[in-house]
Design a binder for this molecule. Structure first.
Ligand SMILES: Cc1cc2nc3c(=O)[nH]c(=O)nc-3n(C[C@H](O)[C@H](O)[C@H](O)COP(=O)(O)O)c2cc1C
Length: 374
């Protein structure tokens, strides 16, 4: 048998793996260092729906301590997130990390949300090209830097979460990250509530994975090896679903013999079922109303909660499928709101919380210079 083609392929894999962008890493201090870039370099590690990193940054040419954050119109999720609610939440996450990263650099942050006016819920055109926020940094030497940025260097774990019924004290710690009066954070650990919640989450995930438009959207975003990640460093990978020891083999075979979309979707749904079945703690973030600003703020709360949880050795598995707003999901969207939100409230996020398993690889992100536009 001629093994040469296989060896070449294996070698190209190893080389591809070396090309993967490392996580984190603030630009080295020195003359001419732009603190805004140091802040963006951290903020880009925020969570985002489907890891789309839907943010773009414009540095203010007249103010060396200000930058604007825009929606990256080329990285939306039109099938899973038609009104771009999750996109706005993701940008909230970016702003939260930016604020914490600035504090770590010795700067206080003022975030002006929607300086040109808050877009209406259905304005995905003009309102979406205006900035979501202008970020102003002000030197504040000696002010305490918030903790938990260390979590940005860690891996996101979405499989093999250890079971955990979160104690009241830990719930209070996580709830503390929320300082917005219009946002509520609920934790559920009791059997009865879990028995109502879990079937909705599982059914919604299976729907996303069998509904052709959403399945194809996710499938197209799959990056199967380091080379694909380097070429298009946004989207999904197997890194947070398989530990390092099996990741190489999974990536290798998925590159050579990729599963067809339908099979891939069902395999994902089966893994998700197992995770949800074993979970014993869920968190839910609600806002009064569903304004764009509320979506951004909910994203800030979720991101800070994630940082705190990972810092404490926990893992957070978002399960946002029943909150998606395409027509086929409407019935499950209605059920989850009927069961878990008050009148006029919107559920912005649902996630399982467990104990993080060791041995997962870190994720990937667009390099800073790919996010900053003139
Ligand atoms: C608004 C929002 C919704 C999300 N929904 C899900 C989800 O339903 N399932 C999931 O596994 N991850 C979800 N995520 C998490 C992203 O998948 C995760 O942040 C991204 O893939 C980056 O992961 P990494 O840090 O491991 O690279 C969501 C994140 C945000 C901000």
């Amino acid at each position: 048998m001629n093994t040469r083609p296989l060896s070449i392929l294996a070698l190209s894999f190893v080389l591809g793996a070396c090309a993967a962008a490392p996580r984190g890493g603030t630009p080295a201090p020195g003359a001419g260092r732009d603190v805004r870039l140091a802040v963006v370099d951290q903020a880009r590690w925020s969570m985002s729906a489907h890891n789309m990193q839907p943010w773009e940054v414009v540095l203010d040419p007249d103010d060396s301590l200000a930058f604007r954050v825009h929606i990256a119109g080329v990285r939306l999720l039109p099938q899973a997130d038609p009104p771009s609610r999750q996109t706005l939440m993701s940008i909230g996450g970016f702003l939260a990390v930016a604020e914490d990263a600035a504090a770590a650099e010795g700067y206080r942050t003022r975030i002006d949300l929607f300086p040109e006016g808050e877009p209406a819920a259905d304005d995905l055109g003009k309102g979406f090209t205006a900035p979501v926020a202008v970020v102003h940094l002000q030197p504040a030497p000696g002010s305490p830097a918030p903790g938990n940025l260390d979590a940005l260097g860690g891996a996101t774990v979405k499989a093999g979460l250890g079971q955990l019924a979160l104690a009241a004290r830990q719930q209070a710690d996580l709830r503390q990250v929320n300082s917005f009066p219009g946002i509520a954070v609920d934790f559920f650990t009791d059997e009865q509530t879990l028995a109502r919640l879990k079937p909705l989450l599982k059914e919604a995930f299976r729907l996303e994975m069998t509904h052709l438009p959403t399945l194809e959207e996710s499938y197209t975003l799959m990056r199967r090896n380091a080379r694909q990640i380097a070429r298009t460093p946004w989207g999904l990978s197997y890194r947070s679903s398989f530990p390092r020891k099996s990741l190489g083999a999974i990536q290798f075979f998925e590159t050579l013999f990729p599963m067809k979309p339908a099979k891939w979707g069902l395999a994902g749904a089966d893994i998700f079922d197992r995770e949800i079945d074993s979970a014993r703690t869920f968190v839910l973030i609600r806002t009064s109303g569903n304004r764009r600003a509320a979506q951004v703020e909910a994203g800030m709360v979720f991101q800070r909660m994630w940082l705190r949880a990972v810092h404490d050795g926990l893992a957070v598995l978002p399960a946002s499928q029943p909150l998606q707003e395409y027509p086929a999901m409407a019935e499950l969207y209605r059920s989850i709101h009927e069961g878990f939100a008050g009148a006029g409230e919107t559920i912005q996020m649902i996630a399982a919380i467990g104990v993080a398993s060791p041995g997962f690889a870190a994720g990937f992100r667009i390099p800073t210079d790919g996010l900053v536009r003139p």
